[in-house]
Design a protein around this ligand. Structure first.
Ligand code: COA
Length: 186
């Protein structure tokens, strides 16, 4: 494959970029960012947050496994969990850049604050933003989870593997709720 200018600047400098998030679950919006960023950098680490205030449907190890399964085609992309501060994980992995996707103006304020705080905590790293492709700007993991829980079709928003594991989780939760509500159970 011929090297593009984009290949040259990231790879020649040996840059490791980390793409942190909750990924509960990973959606087409996230994979779009990974697919566009992977050729720009030498090494891209999808960093799945273990410590999160969010009430996640999947455990951190499940989120790592799911993301790893659908991103395996990218040879320079790794998926790892991290616990604690993201900047500590970045340092431990010699990452000099933090990658975030921007969906809309509404993301900007939070992202600007996060980038500023991370820069304060780790001045040697910087944050780079990629705009989410227009067709994915309305996707969020929580909306996908909600649609799945209410029996809607999530095929347009997630990889078939993600759809399968999420539908399995929804069914298991429904079965557990039904069993708990069955006569004879308290
Ligand atoms: N396309 C579609 N959806 C996207 C997207 C994209 N390109 N990028 C993000 N989203 C969605 C996510 O699905 C998520 O949806 P949800 O809130 O409905 O679940 C939402 O946007 C937020 O995205 P996400 O990347 O998951 O951000 P987050 O706020 O969950 O993650 C961390 C933030 C984990 C990176 C941040 O809290 C962190 O670094 N935590 C570690 C602890 C730490 O260092 N704290 C100090 C920070 S200064």
């Amino acid at each position: 494959m011929p090297a593009t200018s984009a290949h040259l600047w990231g790879s020649a400098l040996g840059i490791t970029v980390i793409y942190p998030g909750t990924f509960d679950p990973i959606t087409h919006g996230h994979t779009d960012i990974v697919g566009r960023a992977a050729p720009l950098f030498d090494r891209l680490i999808v960093a799945v947050a273990g410590s999160t205030a969010k009430n996640t449907v999947f455990s951190v190890d499940e989120r790592v496994e799911i993301a790893g399964a659908i991103l395996s085609q990218y040879k320079n992309v790794e998926v790892k969990r991290f616990d604690g501060l993201m900047v500590d994980f970045a340092r431990a992995n010699q990452a000099s850049l933090i990658l975030r996707g921007l969906r809309a103006v509404t993301d900007f304020e939070y992202e600007f604050q996060l980038a500023g705080m991370n820069r304060k905590l780790m001045p040697e790293a910087d944050t780079v933003f990629l705009p989410t492709s227009e067709k994915f700007t309305y996707i969020s993991s929580s909306l996908v989870r909600e649609i799945a829980a209410l029996g809607g079709d999530i095929s347009d928003f997630v990889h078939p593997h993600v759809k399968q594991v999420l539908m399995d989780r929804v069914s298991a939760r429904r079965a557990a709720a039904a069993a708990a509500a069955a006569p004879g159970k308290s």
